[in-house]
Design a protein around this ligand. Structure first.
Ligand SMILES: [Ca+2]
Ligand SMILES: [Ca+2]
Length: 430
C-alpha cells in the first residue's frame, strides 16, 4: 500500500470535527452526571472536581462561566475522566493569573496507583504572572492515554490562578507496539491464534482494532484523496457479521472523501493470515489488506527498509486484478522492482474471497482462496532483501485516489463504496 518515506511531518492539525463521542464522569460538586461531548475533545470543567485540597473556591467568572480560584499556596483538584479511545492527546489548561508570580501546574494520572510511581502526563504547565485573559490556554505536548477511566490530579504548585477548564484533544491514534505479540514458526499443523468474526454490531472491537489517521496530517507521498476517521460508523462498522469499511464522498478536513484505515492491535511473526473480503468497485477506489512491522510508525521515515507485505491490493480502474507485493529496501515500489504477483479473479466486487498470506522465515506465499499466485523466497542475503523477520500488524483500508488509485481519475458517482470483511483469522504453526 506504500507508506512512503516522509521527509517533513507537518504540524498535526487539531481534530475539530465531530467524529466520535467521548464522555466523562463527574460526580463532584456539580452533581452526579455523565456528559457526552460529540467531539474528539474531552472537556473537563475545572469545577467538576471530585475532591480538592481545600484551599480553593468555586467562582462565577462571568455569566455562565464557572471557574476554580486557587490561593497563593499549593493546591490540587482531583477528576475522573473516561477516555474511550486510546491515542495521543494534547492537553490545554484554560487559566488566568492575576498575581505577579507565575504558577506551575501539572497533571498526575493514575493517582490511585499503589506502587509509589507517579505519572506526570502534562509536564510543567506555566501560567504566567499577570495573565489576565481566561480565554487563553496553555497547551502541552501530546501524551498517550489508554482507553479507561483515569483518575487525575491537577497540581497547582503555588500561584493564585483562576482555572476554567481542561481539554483533552485526540491528535492521533498511536501505532505503537501492540500489547499482544505472538511468534511461532515450527511444527506441522496450523492453530488459530487470533480472529475476529465480526459478530457484534457497532463499532469495530476496540480491543482488537485501532485506527490509523496519521496520513491525514502529513503527505504520505501517495497523495491519497481521503480523510481517515476514528470511531465513525459511516466509515467503519460491524453489521450482519461483517466489518464494513466505507469510503464516502463528502468534504471532511479539507479532503473530498472520508474513509477508514483499521490496524490490528496484535502483531504476529509468521503464520497464516486469512481475510475473507468483498471489495469495493469504481474508479479511484484502492482497497488494501496489508501488513507493516509493529512499533514502526510512518514518521520514522525509513520505509520501505522496514518491510511491507501487501496481501491484497485492487484499484478500481483495473477491476478484478488482484496484486500481492513485498517491499524491502532493495526491492521496492520506488525502484519498480518490488516482488509482486498478480491474478485475475472475476467478480471480486460481488463475491467474497479469502485473501491469504502464508509466511515463514523461508517464504512468503499469497493466495486467493486455494490458488497461490505470489511467492517470494528468502534468498538469505540479509535484511535489505528480507526484513520480514519480526512481528507485523494487519492493516485494512479503503484509500481513494493516490498515486495508483487515481491513475484514471475518481468516479464520484461510484460512492459510497465498501470493503466488507467476513472474518480475519490468524493461524500459526503449533
Ligand atoms: Ca468552567
Ligand atoms: Ca463474519
Amino acid at each position: 500500500m506504500l507508506y512512503q518515506k516522509i521527509c517533513n511531518r507537518v504540524g498535526v492539525g487539531l481534530y475539530t470535527l465531530s467524529l466520535f463521542t467521548l464522555s466523562f464522569l463527574s460526580d463532584g460538586c456539580a452533581g452526579q452526571s455523565e456528559r457526552k461531548v460529540d467531539s474528539p475533545t474531552l472537556i473537563v470543567e475545572a469545577e467538576s472536581f471530585i475532591s480538592n485540597s481545600g484551599n480553593i473556591s468555586v467562582v462565577n467568572e462571568k455569566k455562565n462561566v464557572t471557574a476554580v480560584q486557587t490561593k497563593d499556596d499549593d493546591a490540587w483538584l482531583n477528576y475522573k475522566i473516561n477516555v474511550l479511545l486510546p491515542g495521543r492527546y494534547t492537553i490545554r489548561l484554560y487559566a488566568k493569573n492575576k498575581s505577579d508570580r507565575e504558577a506551575v501546574c501539572w497533571i498526575e494520572d493514575h493517582i490511585d496507583n499503589k506502587d509509589g510511581k507517579t505519572y506526570n502526563v502534562s509536564g510543567k504547565i506555566i501560567v504566567k504572572a499577570n495573565e489576565h485573559e481566561s480565554a487563553n490556554y496553555i497547551q502541552t505536548e501530546s501524551t498517550p492515554l489508554d482507553a479507561s477511566q483515569h483518575y487525575l490530579k491537577l497540581h497547582i504548585d503555588k500561584g493564585a490562578v483562576i482555572i476554567d477548564k481542561l481539554t483533552f484533544t485526540l491528535i492521533s491514534t498511536d501505532v505503537s507496539l501492540p500489547a499482544v505479540s505472538y511468534s511461532k514458526s515450527d511444527g506441522k499443523e496450523w492453530k488459530l491464534v487470533w480472529n475476529d468474526e465480526f459478530e457484534t454490531n457497532g463499532l469495530p472491537d476496540p480491543s482488537r482494532w485501532n485506527y490509523d489517521i496519521a496520513g491525514n496530517y502529513a503527505s504520505w507521498g501517495n497523495h491519497e484523496a481521503q480523510c481517515y476517521t476514528i470511531g465513525r460508523k459511516e466509515n467503519a462498522k460491524v453489521e450482519n457479521g461483517k466489518l464494513v469499511i466505507t469510503a464516502v464522498k463528502e468534504d471532511l478536513e479539507g479532503k473530498r472523501y472520508s474513509s477508514a484505515r483499521l490496524i490490528s492491535r496484535a502483531t504476529w511473526q509468521y503464520g497464516r493470515i486469512e481475510v475473507r473480503a468483498r471489495l469495493p468497485r469504481g474508479r479511484g477506489t484502492w482497497p488494501a489488506i496489508w501488513m507493516m512491522p509493529g512499533g514502526w510508525s510512518f514518521k520514522d521515515g525509513n520505509w520501505p527498509d522496514v518491510g511491507e507485505i501487501d496481501i491484497m491490493e485492487h484499484v478500481g480502474h483495473d477491476p478484478n486484478i488482484i496484486h500481492a507485493s513485498a517491499h524491502s529496501r532493495d526491492y521496492q515500489w520506488q525502484a519498480g522492482n518490488q516482488k509482486t504477483g498478480v491474478v485475475n479473479i472475476p467478480g471480486v466486487t460481488e463475491n467474497f474471497h479469502s485473501y491469504i498470506l502464508e509466511w515463514s522465515s523461508e517464504i512468503i506465499k499469497v493466495s486467493v482462496d486455494d490458488s497461490c499466485y505470489f511467492t517470494y523466497k528468502n534468498e538469505g542475503l540479509g535484511e535489505t532483501k528480507w526484513p520480514y523477520n519480526k512481528p507485523f500488524y494487519l492493516i485494512l483500508n479503503v484509500a481513494i485516489g493516490g498515486a495508483w488509485g487515481n491513475e484514471k481519475g475518481i468516479d464520484d458517482n461510484a460512492f459510497p463504496q465498501s470493503m466488507d470483511i467476513d472474518y480475519v483469522r490468524i493461524y500459526q504453526k503449533k
